[in-house]
Design a binder for this molecule. Structure first.
Ligand code: 13P
Length: 287
């Protein structure tokens, strides 16, 4: 069932667990995540960055593929199709294409402009019954080979954005996208605590889920995180399994070059990673 992320995240916040957002890149990725969610009876959020949307031909192709796959595979658990780190224009395009959820990342704008643009999107999403994620405090990560540190959001700014009526709020707490550097200082739980105190029931979103130790994930959930984004970790497990298949020369045996065989180990590896995360986040059996 394609649904907005609102109900699943309200339940997650109240039940002290988190729903995973897993980013998709192609048909195999999408199928692996949907089947795992169904097997684990877990709600799930499929994340699509603007770049991945473009790679998959456009947001309409993505939305139509996901809807058709839900039907063909008989997926009955709640699934949200969500734009990840969207621009204002990208959010509007995804809404038109049939996404059930969007993120508008205005964290790089001055707070007044972030508020103004987020507010307009709250109105549009409310009218259509879609969920909206906003962001305060930009999330670091690797850009051109340099790993930028994650910012810590100002809790008062978080409250201002939360009060606009967004569905969920991503706040920088020292987290970054991609692999964490050796000298990473860890998540700032003081910041998270202060944000949750001010924003109350608002489901908080933790980006950069790859490589955060299990104890930190659990502590973050206990302090109000209800959605955790994972992207790189699925890419790493897919690449690792595919490399092993090729290195073992399996593509040279029989019809091992058939893409349905060649991509199978990577597909299974994504499934295993998603299952492990759903268990860690506590969303198994919560559909
Ligand atoms: P990772 O790639 O670090 O898992 O981050 C994913 C993410 O936050 C997508 O928005």
């Amino acid at each position: 069932m394609l649904v907005s992320a609102k109900e699943m995240l309200t339940k997650a916040k109240a039940g002290k667990y988190a729903v995973g957002q897993f980013n998709i890149n192609n048909l195999e990725w999408t199928k692996a995540i949907l089947l795992t969610a169904q097997e684990q009876n877990s709600p799930v959020i499929l994340g699509v960055s603007e770049g991945a949307g473009k790679y998959m031909c456009g947001f309409k192709t993505v939305a139509d593929m996901v809807k058709a796959m839900i039907e063909d595979l008989g997926i009955t658990v709640p699934v949200a199709l969500h734009l990840d780190h969207g621009s204002y224009e990208g959010a509007k395009k995804c809404i038109a294409a049939g996404f059930s959820s969007v993120m508008f990342d205005g964290s790089h704008y001055p707070i007044e402009e972030n508020i103004e643009k987020t507010k307009e999107l709250v109105g549009i999403c409310d009218e259509l019954g879609l969920s909206l994620e906003a962001e305060v405090g930009s999330i670091g990560g690797e850009e051109d080979g340099v790993v930028g540190a994650g910012e810590c959001a100002d809790p008062n700014e978080c409250k201002m954005i939360a009060d606009l009526g967004v569905t969920m709020l991503a706040a920088g707490i020292g987290n970054i996208h991609g692999k964490y550097p050796e000298n990473w200082a860890g998540l700032s739980f003081d910041t998270l605590d202060a944000i949750q105190q001010l924003t109350g029931d608002m489901p908080l979103v933790l980006h950069g889920g790859t490589g955060i130790p299990a104890e930190m994930i659990q502590k973050a959930i206990s302090l109000g995180v209800s959605k955790i984004n994972v992207n790189t970790e699925c890419q790493l497990s897919f690449a690792d399994a595919t490399r092993k298949y090729i290195e073992a020369g399996k593509d040279l045996q029989g019809k091992g070059f058939d893409p349905r065989k060649l991509l199978a180990p990577g597909f299974e590896a994504i499934k295993a990673t998603v299952k492990e995360k759903m268990e860690l986040f506590g969303s198994v059996g919560k559909a």
